[in-house]
Write a protein that binds this ligand. Structure first.
Ligand SMILES: NC(=O)c1ccc[n+]([C@@H]2O[C@H](COP(=O)([O-])OP(=O)(O)OC[C@H]3O[C@@H](n4cnc5c(N)ncnc54)[C@H](O)[C@@H]3O)[C@@H](O)[C@H]2O)c1
Length: 253
C-alpha cells in the first residue's frame, strides 16, 4: 500500500499512558501514527520497537511548534485522517491556592493545545473527511473539589468538541469527546492518594479503575468508519461513575 493511501493518525501525548495505548491500537488497525509529545526521552523510548510510527517532539501549547509539527507530519506521512488530542496535565488544588500561573499551566496544555492542534490539522482533515477525538475527563462532566483548573479546562474541551462538530460537519469532519474515568497512569497516580483510589473503587459501579486500552478502544472506534454517523458526542468511559453520581453509601444494596 502506498504511503499516501495508508490511513494515518496523530496522537498527542503519545509517549505514555492512554496516548501510547491508543497508538498501539491504531497500529493494530493498520494505520501509520504520528506520536506527538514534549518529553523527548519518553517519546524516544516509546517509539523504539514500534513500526509505522513517526515520533515528533512538540509542545501542543505552543502555536509555533504545532505549526511545524503538522507540516512535518504532512511532509512525511502525506495525509491526516485522525487527530486525537490526548496530551494533558493534572494539577489539583483549592481555588484560593490556584494562582494564575497554575491555572494557565493547566489551560495552556489541556484547552489551548486542543484548539491549536485541531485548527492546524483542519485543512488536512477536510481533505480526508477525517476525525477528531478530544480527551476530556469525568472531571469536566461534573464539578468537584480541587478541580478548578483541571475540571474547567476539561469542560471547555467538551464544548470545543461540539463547536468543531457544528462547524466542520459540512466538510464531513467528525469531532467527538471521550471522558475517561480513573486510569492508573503517571498523571493519575501523581494526584490520587490511597484514599482517593479506595473512594473511586467504592463509587464506580464496576468497582475498579479502567485500563489505558479500554479508553483507547473507544477512541479508535470513534475515529473509525464504524462511527460514521457519530459526531458532537461526549462519551464517558468510566465504569458507570458519571451515570450514577456519588450516591449515598447508606442507600447502596
Ligand atoms: N489517567 C486518568 O485517570 C485520566 C482520567 C481522565 C482523563 N484523563 C486524560 O487523559 C489524557 C491522557 O492522560 P494519561 O493519564 O495517559 O497521562 P500521562 O501523564 O500518562 O500521559 C500524558 C502525556 O502527555 C504529554 N504531554 C503533557 N503536556 C504536553 C504538551 N503540552 N505537549 C505535548 N505533550 C504533552 C506528557 O509528556 C505525557 O507523555 C489527559 O488529557 C488526561 O487529562 C486521564
Amino acid at each position: 500500500m502506498g504511503v499516501t493511501m495508508q490511513k494515518t493518525a496523530i496522537v498527542t501525548g503519545a509517549a505514555r499512558g492512554i496516548g501510547l495505548a491508543t497508538t498501539r491500537l491504531f497500529l493494530d488497525e493498520g494505520r501509520r501514527v504520528a506520536m506527538i509529545d514534549r518529553d523527548a526521552q519518553a517519546l524516544q523510548e516509546a517509539a523504539e520497537g514500534l513500526e509505522n510510527v513517526l515520533p515528533v517532539l512538540c509542545d501542543v501549547s505552543r502555536p509555533d511548534q504545532v505549526e511545524v509539527m503538522v507540516a512535518e507530519v504532512l511532509a512525511k506521512l502525506g495525509r491526516i485522517d485522525a487527530l486525537v488530542n490526548n496530551a494533558g496535565v493534572a494539577d489539583f488544588g483549592p481555588i484560593d491556592q490556584t494562582d494564575f500561573q497554575r491555572w494557565r499551566t493547566v489551560m495552556e496544555t489541556n484547552l489551548d493545545g486542543v484548539f491549536l492542534c485541531s485548527q492546524a490539522c483542519a485543512p488536512a482533515l477536510k481533505e480526508t473527511r477525517g476525525t477528531i477525538v478530544n480527551i476530556a475527563s469525568i472531571s469536566g462532566l461534573r464539578a468537584s473539589t480541587l478541580r478548578v483548573a483541571y475540571g474547567t479546562s476539561k469542560a471547555g474541551v467538551m464544548h470545543l468538541t461540539q463547536q468543531q462538530a457544528a462547524e466542520w460537519g459540512e466538510w464531513g469532519v467528525r469531532a467527538n469527546c471521550v471522558c475517561p474515568g480513573p486510569v492508573a497512569t503517571k498523571l493519575a497516580m501523581a494526584v490520587h492518594t490511597q484514599d482517593i483510589i479506595d473512594a473511586y473503587h467504592d463509587a464506580i459501579p464496576l468497582n475498579r479503575y479502567g485500563s489505558e486500552e479500554e479508553i483507547g478502544n473507544v477512541i479508535v472506534f470513534l475515529s473509525s468508519d464504524k462511527a460514521s454517523f457519530v459526531t458532537g458526542q461526549v462519551i464517558a468511559v468510566d465504569g458507570g461513575f458519571e451515570s450514577t453520581g456519588i450516591g449515598l453509601p447508606s442507600l447502596r444494596v
